[in-house]
Design a protein around this ligand. Sequence first.
Ligand code: PEP
Ligand code: MG
Length: 588
Amino acid sequence: MSDAESSIRLEGFPASDGIAFGRVRKLDWHVPEAPRATVRPGGAGRELERFDEALLWARRHLERLKAETETLLGSVEARIFDPQILMLEDPEVVEGTRRYISEHRVTAARAFEWRMLELRELWARTSHSMVLDRLNDLQDLKLRVLNRLLGLGSPWETNDEPDAVIVARELTPSFVAGLDPGTVKGLATDGGSRASHWAILARSMEVPAVVGLGDVFARASDGHAIIVDGRMGRVVVDPGDSEAERFERRRSRIMGWTRRVVSAASEPAITLDSVGVTLRANLDLPGEARRARALGAEGVGLFRTEFLVVGRRAFPDEEEQYLAYRAVAETFSTQAVLIRVFDLGGDKFPLFLHMPTEDNPFLGRRGVRVCRDEPELFLVQLRAILRAAVHGDVRIMVPLVNSTREMVAFRGLLEVAGEQLARRGEPFRDDVKVGAMIETPGGALAAPELAASADFLSIGTNDLVQYALAVDRTNTGLSDLFDPFHPSVPRLISLIAEAGRAAGIEVGACGELAARPAGALLLMGLGVESLSVAWPALPEIRNLIRGSRMEDVRAASARVLAAHTSAEARRILQQSVARTAESGQRAE
Ligand code: PEP
Ligand code: MG
């Protein structure tokens, strides 16, 4: 059998960048089952004590993990453990379990198992992917407390083999936080998502990871060679020599290329024919601001603020928000920082709001629509933003805008926030620019009207693709249909860019498309003046801009607008990417 025939190639989703070579180390963990035992009459008190002791122990353990994570990775990563710590105080968990112990005379382990199962089922009924990701935290906590109650050891023995690639059905934040990146080279899982807490930790620890591989656990055998390509979302088990060499070459090309482009971070993002493109960063967390600045971001094109609310039980007060926004504004003191107000609903769901479950959350109370229902929540945020604006060039971005009416109502709310601050005598800026995020085909078709009511436009390509093609962006089974090069998408983008140009206001793009070389060229060529990308993509996109001629890029984009198929559009754009000056050394 040839190399190629014996190797197993699997496609998943990239969760943490980098290419890892190692040996499979299968992690066959599961949550233990509590024995079906009842306690003798009068024994419930002892079980209640055991339960309290296990909760206390779990809390201490989590606090320690949080402190260690804070020292090693930072405070934002450390907060990943907060939802679990909060669950330990949640009456739904604690009182629910205690009630089962007292009323049904079952052991603490059995009662806790029941309660967690019930909560899991309740949560699993929602289609909010944010909530589904939090099920993983629930599982982590369940494992910890049950292991304690049943007197079992840690399920996470990995016996420190060098060059291990952990292969599992799923992982948890506690496990990943405890890993030694010196010995564990990569992670590959059947399930999981890029947004799960353990994947966020893997990115911070710079351990390559691929999720959603389906059956890697069943197909990989312990000790076998494995390659994890966290950039492309691929895994190869038992690679042949030539395949391993190919990945090794790719890895050293990426490393060499990364060194070169990172060292060029201070070069301006300007094309060969001297057209400047404003290259900004997307931030999910304030802690990313310094990394983005080090990689030459010219400001922040999208500061997602949902980290302040999702997974939290209480709404963050004005002061906490103000400090978070101010920190980013000060990091980019002379450059624009576009703060997006909470984009709730859809896949981002704060537990404290108790938003009603909707059949189609992406078509429901989402984005700017939530401002209408929850004005108080947004007034607090707007006051914090207006105060932070004193410390830099802060602008406000409104998600999912479809109509001028929404912009007018939003500006009304902003005015109220300003009046409240003025009454308090608090320093704030009253001339903050307000932009509309265009993320729907309806918004794109109404772009001339929206441009008249906004100070700038920003294209959210992730949602624009989702709504243009009616493909749920979180449905991994439909990922092949989530196609930003479908003929409809460039045409919608072109309408938005044209409307912005006619109104004389800036048009930017901040969805994932801007971080893909072919997508960045398309956006530039269609007249989008500023691109905002996740900070790791900054060097690559800067390099691309510096290696291209705007005249050629515009010509290619014009051909894409006329293309009949996505394949044709991709071909045109790939040719443009290949023509950039660095083409010989680009890392694909
Ligand atoms: C988008 O939709 O493209 C976007 C940038 O916003 P989010 O991904 O946060 O919905
Ligand atoms: Mg969006």
